[in-house]
Design a protein around this ligand. Structure first.
Ligand code: AMP
Length: 269
């Protein structure tokens, strides 16, 4: 396995290349993405880069978990051809003038709570695409709005990369795997289960208003006041109403103690 710190250090790979962009602190969810990537390409490249552009000033950029040696071992074990792990200076040698705007889609739901977040995500994803030049890139459904804005960027800007979404991996008790789960105390981890429980309660209903009511009731029971609990169109992240038919995303974000968690499920209306 190659470790590349710069574009020049990336190996020339013959055949189809898949990119799995990550911020490191790899867990089984990331590994499932890498396994799926192997099915879509001859070679898998994993990027490990904690992108300062997508963190707000009061967010956890400096204390975001960093486990680089373990990440390399996980990538090696998953048969990854190369890990691309540039430094912040390599990615952003000077302040950017030109960036990608996620438009209105980036200002709603998660984007309303984290202004500028999706612009930061799209800018780094486009840079990673241009540096690694993959044929296909994989993103988790766990970050459903991220997946939606990336699909939109690729469509709107004719970016020649195929985008594949991958299902959310969960712990046995339902908690969505996340690098941020390590912040949770034992008590908080139990409280955090209310998120996936609320989403499952919503999934059991059919009409949008009933879906939201059922999910909201579970959160209220646990005394959780979410940043948002919404039922949205997976492509646009605009809220759906009782006349909507098709696949929808029930998405939630909440602070458990000081840790902010997001989760979502797909459901058929
Ligand atoms: P991150 O390192 O958090 O930026 O995540 C890197 C990629 O892994 C993103 O595409 C995430 O959506 C995806 N991912 C994160 N958590 C999970 C999970 N529990 N299951 C599947 N994919 C995930």
């Amino acid at each position: 396995m190659d470790l590349a710190r710069t574009r020049d250090e990336l190996p020339e790979l013959a055949g189809r290349v898949a990119l799995v962009p990550t911020m490191g602190a790899l867990h089984e969810g990331h590994r499932s993405l890498i396994r799926l990537a192997h099915k879509h390409a001859d070679h898998v490249v994993v990027s490990v880069f904690v992108n300062p552009l997508q963190f707000g000033p009061s967010e956890d950029f400096s204390r975001y978990p960093r486990t680089f040696e373990q990440d390399l071992a996980a990538c090696e074990a998953e048969g990854v051809a190369a890990v691309f792990a540039p430094s912040v200076e390599e990615m952003y040698p000077s302040p950017l003038q030109v960036t990608v705007s996620s438009g209105t889609m980036g200002t709603i739901v998660e984007g309303a709570v984290r202004p500028g977040h999706f612009d930061g995500v799209l800018t780094v994803v486009l840079k990673l695409f241009n540096l690694v030049r993959p044929d296909v890139a994989l993103f988790g459904q766990k970050d459903a709005q991220q997946l939606a804005v990336i699909r939109r960027m690729v469509g709107d800007l004719n970016v020649p990369v195929e985008i594949v979404g991958a299902p959310t991996l969960r712990e046995d008790d339902g908690l969505a795997m996340s690098s941020r789960n390590v912040y949770l105390s034992a008590d908080e981890r139990v409280r955090a289960l209310a998120l996936s429980r609320a989403l499952r309660a919503g999934q059991a209903e059919r009409a949008p208003s009933a879906v939201l009511r059922a999910a909201q009731a579970v959160l209220a029971d646990e005394g959780i006041e979410p940043d948002y609990l919404v039922l949205v169109d997976p492509a646009t992240f605009t809220e759906v109403d009782d006349r909507y038919y098709g696949t929808a995303v029930l998405a939630v974000a909440a602070r458990i103690g000081t840790t902010r968690l997001i989760d979502n499920v797909l459901l058929e209306l």
